[in-house]
Design a protein around this ligand. Structure first.
Ligand SMILES: Cc1ncc(C[n+]2csc(CCOP(=O)(O)OP(=O)(O)O)c2C)c(N)n1
Ligand SMILES: [Mg+2]
Length: 330
């Protein structure tokens, strides 16, 4: 495992509360989407980030929102929210409404927010990797100072594009962080059944780049602190890095998955490691925030999600003509 300088992060109270709020937003937003799917208000398949909040917010919280870039995958709600997407536009997008972030043409698996630096979610496993190194090459050639955070799952590491893109990024020393959010399953397949090593980060040595492992991806500060160091390393022009964080999805792979391949005991065990409860405890025990301050964040988050539902439900459907717009670049 690569060594980084263990610089203790000096997080402000404001930043910590902001990250807590983003984790709450992910949990509340996805819980609401789940209810709306069950009520038949959302078409298509949806993948949830519930349980993986710290792995998303800790990593994305360490890049510069509104400046750096991310690519995402099919389980991208958490990443979009961690990058501070407008919840109203995102909910409308998931409902296929004209007011959605992609004018209702993308849906849950194709949420993008170019102004916010989100180059897009992707229904093709590993599909974001090629986009990420293309974007990283652009940043390097134009000397923008921006870095790219490429997010994907454990299963995506067995796609051919993983090898190709890590290899290209390493020889070109591109400013990209390859980030595998290891929830230990690719749909119903346990990761341990499909790799002959313990963890995917160990593959970094094959490309001559650092590999970092975050064993407890449900510990917000562990994720954030590690990413803070990695982001600096990549921004300093040292080339790409592969990072892996272990976490767990509480719900099925998608809304169509009854989850018969996992035991209730296993899921319950992971629920005890709830990233949100743990960070709340940290905030309280270290007297960083009062119970009232946290309660206010919880209420504000619920209200914002409620508002996003109202906004999306009352938004118009896209017009037929709009199907022919946004096809070619101007
Ligand atoms: C190229 C490709 N192969 C297969 C699929 C079907 N598929 C969708 S999600 C998924 C599993 C992905 O697992 P992982 O990368 O670990 O992400 P997770 O869903 O666990 O977050 C598969 C095989 C796909 N969408 N694209
Ligand atoms: Mg997975």
């Amino acid at each position: 495992m690569a060594k980084t300088k263990s610089k203790k992060s000096e997080l402000t109270k404001e930043k910590m509360l902001h990250m807590h709020r983003l984790m709450l937003d992910i949990r509340n937003f996805d819980s609401r989407v789940n209810r709306l799917v069950k009520k038949g208000k959302i078409p298509g398949m949806t993948h949830f980030s519930i349980g993986e909040e710290a792995a998303n917010v800790g990593a994305i919280g360490a890049i510069k929102a509104g400046f750096d870039l991310i690519t995402s995958n099919h389980r991208g709600h958490g990443q979009s929210i961690a990058l501070e997407i407008d919840l109203n536009g995102m909910m409308a997008e998931i409902m296929g409404k004209a007011t959605g972030t992609c004018k209702g043409k993308g849906g849950s698996m194709h949420i993008a927010d170019l102004d916010g630096g989100n180059l897009g979610a992707n229904g093709i496993v590993g599909g974001g990797m090629g986009m990420a190194i293309g974007a990283a090459l652009t940043q390097k050639m134009k000397k923008t100072g921006k870095i790219v955070l490429c997010c994907f799952g454990d299963g995506a590491c067995n796609e051919g594009t993983f090898h190709e893109t890590l290899n290209m990024a390493s020889i070109w020393k591109l400013p990209v962080i390859f980030y595998s959010i290891n929830n230990m399953y690719g749909i119903s397949t346990p990761i341990k059944d499909v790799i002959n090593i313990d963890y995917n980060y160990q593959r970094a040595c094959a490309y001559g780049i650092p590999g970092h492992f975050i064993e407890d991806g449900n510990d917000l500060l562990a994720v954030y602190n590690k990413f803070e160091e990695i982001v600096q390393y990549v921004r300093d022009g040292n080339g790409p890095v592969l990072v892996e964080a272990v976490t767990y999805r509480w719900l099925g792979h998608s809304t169509s998955d009854p989850g018969k391949y996992r035991t209730k005991e296993e899921v319950d065990e992971w629920k005890k490691r709830d990233p949100i409860d743990r960070f709340k405890k940290h905030l309280l025990e270290n007297k960083i925030a009062t119970a009232q301050e946290i309660e206010a964040l919880e209420q504000a988050s619920l209200a914002a999600v409620e508002e996003s539902e109202k906004f999306a439900l009352s938004s118009p459907e896209p017009t037929l003509e709009s199907a022919f717009e946004d096809i070619f670049a101007d």
